[in-house]
Design a protein around this ligand. Structure first.
Ligand code: NAD
Ligand code: DAU
Length: 351
């Protein structure tokens, strides 16, 4: 097996779906998952493919020069799909430095080592950087983010992702590195860490705990099922044009409050509760600092040029997601450790 693909952050939420898809769909490629296993990285996300012949796991930090250097010496990578990041906006507000280190420094370390390993012969190589729609800032009541929307990041998280996007483009312009970038909207689905709105709400509803809604719940997000994002990533890796950016979205906007009301209905039904029981748990709490009002993606470019479209109806996706969490209580129990309890207390107590 000569062709190896490096996937960073493959033990996380989106990364684990990308790794599984690539391992199963491309038995001729060796998929190397490089992950630091921070609080968000979980080997349990990949138990079904751990023993596959074309899969390897390497533990390490993308910002650590020595480890990344040995990784590129050990494998002959044809490409990199870079997902590793600190990903939670609230954590970036309380601890920005970790976001600078991983998201910015880590990305440059990877770019440098890929560039050196490929010795500036970039034919058939690909450095694919996974980014977010948050780099575009916040929308008013109308309009959509296109690939040409000027960058205007508002949180330490989105500023660190914007910075890494600029650096990736700088390597394309300066050194001719064969890069491609995608910017995606909010993902939901199995294996998401319960610091993010949907899995946090699912867990709280199950345990009859308050569902914290920031501000008035009027902020809008565009939701996409994680498998559809993984499908878009596979498509872009193999068919995306170098130097290009592709926006990926669900064409599926919801205010947080309407989304949580729908989730409550689904959960009442699944848990055989009296209708309205879960909705009574909704609790409005202090808003997130600098909370972006609305994100919404125009994904017509990827649809037109690469033929990608979201496949799953939202209510169906939400029901599938709820079923996964209810059927995988062991997974949830393992992530709800002492560290999570501490995080939850700091973030939500007296909010
Ligand atoms: P996640 O937090 O669930 O997972 C991140 C993974 O990266 C974890 O496995 C973690 O262990 C690993 N990691 C963190 N720091 C590392 C380091 N220094 N070295 C090596 N590994 C490290 O994140 P996610 O939600 O799966 O997001 C993955 C990527 O997709 C991120 O780049 C994020 O910015 C982007 N993205 C996420 C969403 C979303 O809705 N979750 C939407 C658009 C884009
Ligand atoms: O848009 C893509 C981004 O989506 C990704 O780049 C990020 O990695 C990902 O975390 C996500 O960012 P958000 O901040 O939109 O996701 P989060 O789940 O944290 O919040 C979704 C919305 O719900 C947001 O408006 C804040 C709100 N919220 C969140 C939490 C955790 C609440 O009202 N209460 C909560 O407890």
């Amino acid at each position: 097996m000569t062709n190896a693909i490096l996937i960073t952050g493959g033990a996380g939420f989106i990364g684990s779906h990308v790794v599984r898809r690539m391992v199963n769909n491309h038995p001729d490629k060796l998929i190397v998952n490089f992950d630091k296993l921070t609080y968000a990285g979980n080997p349990e996300n990949l138990t079904d493919i751990t023993n596959k012949k074309n899969y390897r796991f390497e533990k390490g930090d993308i910002a650590d020069e020595k480890t990344v250097s040995s990784l590129f010496e050990k494998y002959d990578f044809e490409g990199v799909i870079h997902l590793a990041a600190e990903s939670h906006v609230d954590r970036s507000i309380s601890n920005p430095m970790e976001f600078i280190r991983t998201n910015i420094v880590g990305t440059v370390v990877l770019l440098n080592h890929a560039k050196a390993a490929w010795a500036d012969d970039f034919s058939d190589k690909c450095f694919y950087h996974i980014s977010t729609d948050e780099v575009y800032g916040s929308l008013g009541d109308t309009g959509l983010f296109t690939e040409n929307t000027p960058y205007d990041p508002k949180s330490p998280y989105s500023a660190s992702k914007a910075s890494s996007d600029h650096l990736v483009r700088a390597y394309y312009n300066t050194y001719g590195m064969p890069v491609v970038i995608s910017n995606c909207s909010n993902n939901y689905g199995p294996n998401q860490f319960p610091e993010k709105l949907l899995p946090l709400a699912i867990n709280n509803i199950k345990n009859m705990k308050p569902i914290p809604i920031y501000g008035k719940g009027e902020n809008v997000r565009d939701w996409l099922y994680v498998e559809d994002h993984a499908d878009a990533i596979e498509t872009i890796y193999f068919n995306g044009k170098k130097g290009e950016t592709y926006n990926i979205g669900g064409n599926n906007e919801w205010t947080n409050i309407d989304l949580i009301r729908l989730l409550c209905k689904i959960m009442d039904d699944k848990l055989k509760r009296e209708p309205g029981t879960s909705e009574n748990l909704i609790t409005f709490v202090k808003d997130r600092a600098g909370h972006d009002k609305r994100y919404a993606i125009d994904s017509s470019k990827i649809a037109k040029e690469l033929g990608w479209q979201p496949s799953l109806d939202f209510e169906e996706g939400l029901k599938k997601t709820v079923d996964w969490y209810l059927n995988n209580q062991g997974w949830m129990d393992n992530v709800l450790t002492g560290d999570y309890q501490k995080y939850y207390k700091t973030m939500y107590e007296n909010r």
